[in-house]
Ligand binder design. Sequence first.
Ligand SMILES: Cc1ncc(COP(=O)(O)O)c(C=O)c1O
Length: 450
Amino acid sequence: MQTKILLQDHQIPKHWYNVAADLSSLPAPILHPGTLAPVQPEDLSGIFPMSLIEQEVSHERWIEIPEEVLKIYQLWRPSPLYRAHRLEAALKTPARIYYKYEGVSPAGSHKPNTAIPQAYYNRMAGIKRLATETGAGQWGCSLALANSYFGLKTTVYMVRVSFDQKPYRKNLMELWGAQVVPSPSRSTAVGRRMLEQSPDTTGSLGMAISEAVEDAASHADTNYALGSVLNHVCLHQTVIGLEAMEQLKIVSDYPDVVIGCCGGGSNLAGLAFPFVRDKMNGKQVRLLAVEPSSCPTLTKGRYAFDYGDTAKLTPITKMYTLGHDFVPPGIHAGGLRYHGASAQVSQLRHEGLIEALALPQNACFEGAILFARTEGIVPAPESSHAIRSAIDEAVKAREEQKECTILFNLSGHGHFDMSSYAAYLGGQLEDYAHPEEHIAASLADLPRVK
Ligand SMILES: Cc1ncc(COP(=O)(O)O)c(C=O)c1O
């Protein structure tokens, strides 16, 4: 009865897996926000290094991980795969539940898997500073950490509601050398405009992205880094799924269902994309994205071309979207409050290879508490969505008296989310109904792409 399934340092994957090589149809083009024509690599070179732009559009199946990146990955990778024996016993389920624990990284989540290579490629391109956005603060911390390894400066635009809810995340970013600004801010033209329009806004990832992109585009020594959504980010995260596959082989198991919470889609992609390949080759495996019902991008959004940010500065991609103006309610899973989703996750969802499900926050916190009281780890509020869904799958297996294997991504720990847990335990958390009118209003403003 093995509990921790571990790999050795030398078993960290040497290549990332690029799902673009195996998609059954060509991805939709990425469009310029001004002209609506397909973007050229030069259009993106003002804010990204060419090596990452190449990865963004690559169709190579395997992309080599640089030696310097592998050396840093080795500080916490390969991450452990756990069999959740105690949770299984509490649920009296015949299901085998496994979780891949990404909270062992120094920043406490899966985000350093991409922060490290992004900092590396930018340093190689001679860049001195990276500007970025952060929701819950996990991504801002991860980029600040990565930049401290490579001697780059960091500016983080942190969504206002999370800035207020998670003060220690700000301290942690500063500890790793970052400058942290609540967004929308007075530091950028787009931020000032947003504050004039709605002075009391809670902010959103879409707004913070606009500020970071403006900052990067207006400084020659500065690039922009995004913690989710983009193809190269999903690519870097595939170390998670590649390791999990090897770990499951050790215990001669294979998942019936693979589950990840979904904000922009990167931790789900990281765990699930290597299984997409198996699924295309005929394996029976369900891939499940779990999102908050207050920000139901994949379940209630439209599959359409849209901007990645509120101020329409980013390229337009085809994705599930709630509209770039959509401001989700201030739920505690700050990293899941994004109006759009990864183009690749969206395409796979559209083609029926990935399923999606939306859950309210109280049910997710209830699952997180059961998990913490059985397995011990306090999950990030984002990860609690995957936990709740894994619990529901395990209960279904019990009711049907069917053995099955459930694999989920425990994308991060919740040590800096105590105010969220305190609010839940104090009975103060609200569940928000699907904000149908907000969604309809913001979907009315999608770019008119022919
Ligand atoms: C712990 C954790 N999990 C999940 C997410 C959601 O992002 P993604 O969908 O890109 O994995 C975040 C985002 O901040 C996060 O901090």
